[in-house]
Design a protein around this ligand. Structure first.
Ligand code: NAD
Length: 485
């Protein structure tokens, strides 16, 4: 894989690399340097139409191919992702600003795991049968939905893109996929990998562009029967408004404002180490990050002192530097949004106890978008800072005295994606977990992922679940056949 490929990104439609019909392009910027280093197509309905036609032509053969055939191709894609780890990781970091070591250790390996996992899953995906004693046998077949759309965000670009594409393809669908316009590179390189792996033409079409021009054309297209979307709650609302009246299947993975509950009887060292990660990993730009830290009052001061000390030691800098713990914020626009959120927190009466400002690292990153890890205290649960998603390296501290108070604070949110609980009291951990209004709860750990488990949120964090059988069920339609004996 050649790094010069990064300059000119093209759509991948019907197995070919093509320019957008309108010849409209967007700038592609490296957030660590602030430099524009390439152009990406801003595709529109005409490109979507071409991709739909290609997908329709491919569907009959792909959807009726054997699971073994699909396994072989998807597994080969996984192998090629592994073989191209360095180039893909560099693409991810160049686009996103995350440390290169993180792209190498987490993002790209997870992308190949997604393909490997769903390649093998489809070999085990079985039909169900329900016997009505001596009256009848029902058997429930599951067939591919048809042409589906996969739309993903910028925070974990290839990781989340493949989390959707792999099950959609494994289940026999033909796919139109759109990565975030902010981080298109790794998706472009994935198209080359799919070509090399022998994925038949038109089965996967990767189209680049923004939400307004390209994403909305995909969502509205009458031939697209299911949409798997990960992104902001606002975009999710727009998509649902268009797709729901057309009765399209929808899987929406949206925003979060996750609580991290720390009881006094926790395993202190493990909690402290993990809380640093759950607060600031990927510059706090993981939907699962715990942005509201709730600490039992009797350990609040001790926690604050040690946490502040450790956060001060997190090195923010050039993502190519192995010693940088934090890289750049993904874009100038998102950088400005986080800076504005910090200002709002101050206006609301919050006290910045560490961080709170933009950073300008020396050398090639002087003009990049960096923000120091920030801790805010002194704000009540109902202020905007504690209610609205910031999606950056910013956490707030609140204290509680009782288990009930911790649960009430944790659930005081319109979101419900993930929660974390720290305690060594097994009963308290389970009692609290059962009362969490979130789709995912971690007890004494964070981001420990088994790809078989249901992944997703409740309330404004989304609709539906990804992962394991849930993903394969979403990308298939059930048909019950009742046979009277
Ligand atoms: P975004 O909603 O701005 O964009 C996400 C994707 O949707 C992009 O590809 C974008 O081009 C496209 N898009 C935007 N508007 C669209 C529309 N009207 N129709 C069709 N497509 C549209 O989100 P973002 O800023 O890229 O990502 C950050 C958000 O994603 C945060 O809110 C974060 O919490 C959320 N997120 C959620 C999860 C989860 O699993 N729940 C995971 C990662 C990120």
């Amino acid at each position: 894989m050649n790094l010069s490929d990064y300059q000119h990104i093209q759509n991948f439609i019907d197995g070919e690399f093509v320019d957008p019909k309108s010849n409209a392009y967007l700038d592609n910027t490296n957030p660590a340097t602030g430099e524009v280093y390439g152009k990406i197509p801003n595709s529109n309905l005409a490109d979507v139409e071409n991709a739909v036609q290609a997908a329709q032509q491919a569907f009959q053969s792909w959807s009726t191919s054997t699971p073994e055939y699909r396994f072989k191709i998807l597994n080969r894609i996984a192998e090629l992702i592994d073989e191209n780890l360095d180039a893909l990781a560099l693409a991810e970091t160049t686009d996103n600003g995350k440390p290169l070591w993180l792209s190498k250790r987490v993002d790209i390996p997870r992308a190949s795991s997604n393909f490997r996992f769903f390649a093998t899953s489809i070999l085990h995906f079985a039909t169900e049968s329900h016997v009505m004693e001596d009256k009848a046998i029902n058997f429930t077949t599951r067939q591919a939905v048809g042409i589906v759309a996969c739309i993903s965000p910028w925070n974990l670009p290839l990781y989340l893109f493949t989390w959707k594409i792999a099950p959609a393809l494994a289940a026999g669908n033909c796919v139109l996929a759109k990565p975030s316009e902010v981080t298109p590179l790794s998706a472009f390189l994935l198209a080359k990998i799919c070509q090399e792996a022998g994925l038949p033409k038109g089965v996967l079409n990767i189209i680049h562009g923004d939400g307004a021009s390209c994403g909305s054309a995909m969502v509205a297209h009458p031939s697209i029967k299911a949409i798997s979307f990960t992104g902001s709650t606002r975009a999710g609302e727009n998509i649902a408004a268009i797709a729901a009246p057309k009765f399209k299947k929808l899987s929406l993975e949206l925003g979060g404002k996750n609580p991290n509950i720390i009881f006094a009887d926790c395993d202190w060292d493990k909690m402290m180490k993990t809380t640093l990660q759950s607060s600031f990993a990927n510059q706090g730009q993981i939907c699962l990050c715990g942005s509201r830290i709730l600490v039992e009052k009797k350990i609040y001061d001790k926690f604050k002192t040690e946490f502040v000390e450790k956060v001060k030691q997190l090195k923010v800098g050039d993502p190519l530097d192995e010693s940088s713990k934090q890289g750049a914020i993904v874009s100038k626009m998102h950088f400005q949004k986080i800076v504005d959120c910090i200002e709002l927190a101050k206006e609301e009466g919050g006290k910045i106890i560490v961080g709170g400002q933009a950073i300008s690292p020396a050398g090639r990153c002087t003009n990049g978008y960096f923000i120091s890890p920030t801790i805010i205290e002194g704000l009540g649960p109902n202020c905007k800072t504690n209610m609205e998603e910031i999606f950056g390296p910013v956490v707030t501290l609140q204290s509680f005295e009782t288990e009930e108070e911790a649960i009430a604070l944790a659930n005081n949110s319109t979101y419900g994606l993930a929660s974390t609980i720290w305690t060594q009291d097994i009963s308290k951990a389970n009692r609290t977990a059962l009362k969490m209004q979130s789709g995912i709860v971690w007890i004494n750990c964070w981001l420990l992922r088994d790809l078989r488990t249901p992944f997703g949120g409740i309330k404004n964090s989304g609709v539906g679940r990804e992962g394991g059988w849930d993903a394969l069920r979403f990308f298939t339609e059930a048909k019950n056949i009742c046979f009277e004996l």
